[in-house]
Design a protein around this ligand. Structure first.
Ligand SMILES: C[C@@H](N)C(=O)N[C@H](C)C(=O)O
Ligand SMILES: [Zn+2]
Length: 223
């Protein structure tokens, strides 16, 4: 599958904040608050970029959840291939880096790719995959039993090893996203890919910046 180089997003990508300003954004890989312990290559701004189709589908899910006084909070959207390559180097580096307790206490980092928690060719690089959770009207994230990017069997959407409330919240998130056209994965409750994605075979590598998309939008908080 080709990796498309370039400085800017191709036509067809949008800033989620321009399409759905009510969806909150906490783009962790643009900060040190993620499993690598460092800001990740290619994330130059904490903004969510997606294909227009994925952004519109996400907006539909967010609007449907509003009937329950809930909304969405995204943790990751389009991910440049260079960020994925950074994850690969991180997993290959025997040094611990101090994030194991918080993110993968039971699964050693060298197993994270083989066990499906990380992907060498990620749907995120195709621009129609999101890491997302539920949030209350106050903005507070809903308890899903495990945190975002907790690489562990308990993060499987179907895990029986989390409380009843978290299981219900995972089911609600999955139903909202599935109804809007996304597909879940078996390993991570937060990860969804648009079923009819516009770039199914292309892995992009333009950096995440505020100016990457036409119109240049993409403000962080998305209030
Ligand atoms: C790293 C995690 N947030 C994620 O997205 N994992 C999947 C498997 C991926 O890397 O595509
Ligand atoms: Zn993901």
């Amino acid at each position: 599958a080709p990796v498309a180089e370039g400085r800017d997003a191709p036509d067809g990508f949008v800033a989620l904040a321009d399409v759905a300003p009510g969806i909150r954004q906490d783009v962790r890989y643009a900060t040190p608050h993620n499993f690598t312990g460092d800001t990740v290559d290619g994330y130059r701004a904490p903004v969510c970029l997606l294909t227009r189709e994925a952004a519109l589908a996400l907006r539909a899910a967010h609007r449907a959840l509003a009937e329950r006084d809930l909304g969405l909070l995204v943790y990751d959207c389009y991910r440049p291939q260079r960020a994925v390559d950074r994850f690969l180097r991180w997993a290959d580096d025997p040094r611990d880096g101090g994030t194991r307790d918080e993110y993968h206490p039971r699964v050693p980092k060298e197993r994270l790719f083989d066990e499906g928690y990380l992907a060498a060719r990620s749907g995120h690089s195709r621009g129609s995959t999101v890491d997302v959770t539920l949030r209350r009207a106050s903005g507070e994230a809903v308890d899903m039993g495990t945190p975002f990017d907790f690489f562990d069997p308990r993060s499987a959407p179907a895990s029986r090893d989390v409380g009843k409330g978290a299981r219900a919240a995972r089911a609600l998130l999955a139903a909202a996203l599935t109804d809007a056209g996304f597909e879940p994965v078996a390993t991570e409750w937060w990860h969804f890919t648009l079923r009819e994605e516009p770039f199914p075979d292309t892995y992009f590598d333009f950096p995440v910046t505020r100016g990457a998309v036409a119109g240049g939008g993409g403000g962080g908080g998305g209030g």
